[in-house]
Ligand binder design. Structure first.
Ligand SMILES: Nc1ncnc2c1ncn2[C@@H]1O[C@H](COP(=O)(O)OP(=O)(O)O)[C@@H](O)[C@H]1O
Ligand SMILES: [Mg+2]
Length: 408
């Protein structure tokens, strides 16, 4: 029998008895095996375990000093409020006491991010250098997004990031916010600190992969670290720079906004002022929000998908509109027809037991890729049913389950 721990204190916004009844009086290391779903593969300072609360929910429990647990919990709460891509905080458990009556360290609980992969799991046993570039791209986008909302990370690295597949690319999520803090806005010094830490950590992590034979020895880890800083800087400048347009070339303002949309950002607020001589306009994006296409897809279909997946879906939707003679119909109406006749039949055509392999929007994207590929091979269009069967048997069935891939 478990002894009732009187001093236990749980900070949370949603009480959950499944969490109360975990064996908090035992060090995480000694939790019974039937509770532990797996150990994470990421590199960590603290002891971290994945626990299955029930059939649906998996949590990550990290044993950590109480002060830091609260700090990280608050940082993650702040990020959640700002809708930043990060793991969702659930609770801090403190006041733990061992069976011998000795006080124990606190625990931070976060929700396991479904379909996420630690970078080592993305790599598997060997990998194409192209994959590294995609991970680095995703991480640089994440860092720009976090900096735009004033978040200073303090410990940027591949191990402190989780990756989700996103239509041939990756979407990055912050997992470790221990050193993070949200400011009104970030100074250049703080941003540069993050870039520098990221660069150093990435180089170290890639060299580790090389030492483990996962990346070829010829691989230039240092230049990849440098390319991270470059990617970050390009995106940051594009999103924040002031531009000068003639008062008679206002169309250039629209062009700037379109360019930002193309990069996946919406302009929430634009500041415009006239130069002293009145011949030019100075425009600066004041508020930019990531997720241009995913917001559009959310509005049209109610689905929450990653940015490139959303872009892919919009392209397919526009193509559907054109080929079905629906050019004059509203986008809302087209989206409803497209969902019913294209997207849903694809996803629901996948046998239930294979649906946990990839997220629905990713299944859709990969199906489109596959259909294109086999049609090209055949030299003619492959009908939907046949293409879907081929995709299920030749692609999806061979993949691992990534819904709750825990790296065991
Ligand atoms: N909510 C979560 N979902 C998925 N993986 C997680 C989650 N929390 C932690 N992990 C995994 O555990 C690893 C260690 O967590 P982290 O918070 O970075 O610990 P540390 O502070 O010790 O570095 C991460 O790299 C990640 O792989
Ligand atoms: Mg960490």
């Amino acid at each position: 029998m478990r002894s009732i721990n009187q001093s236990l204190s749980i900070t949370t916004t949603r009480h959950d008895s499944a969490i109360d009844s975990l064996p908090w009086h035992l060090p995480l290391e000694n939790w019974p095996e039937e509770l532990v779903a797996a150990l994470p593969r990421g590199i960590s300072r603290h002891i971290v375990r994945f626990i299955s609360l029930d059939d649906e929910r998996i949590i990550a429990v990290k044993e950590i000093d109480e002060r830091f647990a609260h700090r990280e919990y608050q940082a993650l709460r702040g990020l959640a409020r700002l809708e930043a891509p990060a793991v969702e905080p659930i609770a801090v458990v403190s006041g733990r006491m061992g069976e011998d009556g000795e006080p124990m360290g606190a625990a931070l609980i976060t929700a396991h991010l479904p379909y996420s992969l630690p970078y080592r799991a993305v790599f598997g046993n060997h990998q194409r250098p192209e994959t590294v570039r995609r991970l680095i791209d995703a991480l640089s986008v994440l860092m720009v997004r976090l900096h735009l909302i004033g978040f200073f990370w303090g410990d940027v690295s591949l191990s402190n990031t989780l990756f989700r597949r996103d239509a041939g690319a990756f979407a990055a999520y912050l997992v470790d916010a221990e050193t993070g803090e949200i400011y009104e806005s970030l100074t250049r010094g703080r941003r540069e600190y993050d870039i520098d830490v990221a660069r150093t950590n990435i180089i170290g992590e890639l060299m580790d992969l090389q030492a483990g034979g996962i990346l070829p020895p010829t691989y230039d880890a240092v230049s990849i670290g440098d390319s991270f800083a470059k990617r970050y800087e390009e995106l940051w400048v594009e999103l924040t720079r002031q531009s000068l347009v003639g008062t008679n070339e206002r169309w250039k303002v629209a062009e700037r906004i379109e360019r930002l949309n193309e990069l996946g950002f919406d302009v929430g607020e634009l500041s415009m002022s006239t130069t002293e001589d009145g011949t030019h306009l100075l425009i600066t994006p004041k508020v930019v929000d990531a997720g241009h296409y995913s917001r559009l897809i959310m509005r049209l279909t109610g689905m929450d998908v990653e940015e490139n997946q959303a872009r892919r879906m919009m392209n397919d939707l526009e193509q559907y509109r054109a080929t079905r003679g629906m050019i004059d119909e509203s986008l809302t109406l087209v989206a409803r027809a497209w969902m019913a006749n294209v997207f849903e039949p694809t996803v629901s055509g996948v046998p239930l037991e294979l649906r946990g392999k990839l997220q629905p929007a990713e299944i859709f994207h990969q199906f489109l890729e596959h259909r294109w590929y086999i049609s090209e091979q055949a030299g003619h269009d492959i009908p939907f049913k046949e293409a879907l069967n081929s995709f299920i048997e030749n692609v999806l069935r061979l993949k691992r389950d990534e819904r709750s891939f825990l790296g065991s």
